[in-house]
Write a protein that binds this ligand. Structure first.
Ligand code: AKG
Ligand code: FE2
Length: 204
């Protein structure tokens, strides 16, 4: 694990190609049961550029009326979220052996033009457990700052199979995705990037 300034961990190539393909098949099964939908911003209702779904007992959702929150069912289908694939629970146990089990796995799909503005992950009631995220498919430019919005940021490229850990002093680091690099991976047949973000939501 490489430690970036601000206490954010980066494990390049954590998942090899064979594991990425197996994980992708598991995520496709999740998406069949819980389709990707377009989340909207609190108050303004502006659509985000990523499409989202979740697996786990809780999923992160946002819409104009109720804003950012976790809930146990899909906002469009009303069904419970599918369970988190074992391969991702193993990742969590490997990198966060002392943390309670993850409850949420947010699935973000980025097309060639999607991005995610600088933000903190702070809708959880538990900041002791890390946030662990996996990149699949096209590479992206990932920006990481400090605990304050104005802190200096630096950028790293994330590639398919990479894992990022926001834990310890890096748990509340500002972060975002500035751009996708289309055509940089052959994992997804039609291109794009999938990000999987595992989180503990409730206090342990
Ligand atoms: O796509 C990424 O690498 C980051 C996603 C993210 O920050 C989030 O979903 O909160
Ligand atoms: Fe985030």
């Amino acid at each position: 694990m490489l430690m970036l300034p601000g206490g954010v961990g980066h494990a390049p190539g954590y998942f090899d190609r064979i594991s990425q393909e197996a994980l992708l098949a598991e995520i496709r099964a999740v998406v069949r049961a819980a389709p990707l939908y377009v989340p909207t911003m609190p108050r303004t209702g502006k659509p985000m550029s990523v499409r989202m779904t979740n697996c786990g007992t809780l999923g992160w959702v946002t819409d104009k009326e109720q804003g950012y929150r976790y809930q146990s069912c899909h906002p469009v289908t009303g069904d419970q979220w599918p369970s988190i694939p074992a391969r991702l629970l193993e990742l969590w146990h490997d990198l966060a052996p002392d943390a309670p089990e993850p409850e949420a796995c947010l699935i973000n799909f980025y097309d060639a033009h999607a991005k995610m503005g600088l933000h903190q992950d702070r809708d959880e009631h538990n900041f002791h457990a890390p946030v662990i995220s996996v990149s699949l498919g096209d590479s992206c430019m990932f920006r990481i700052g400090g605990q304050k919005r104005d802190d200096p940021t630096h950028s790293i490229k994330l590639h398919s199979g990479d894992v990022v850990v926001l834990g310890g002093e890096g748990r509340l680091a500002f972060h975002g995705v500035d751009r996708i690099y289309p055509g940089t991976s052959t994992l997804l047949k039609h291109g794009g990037r999938i990000n999987l973000t595992l989180r503990r939501v409730t206090a342990a």
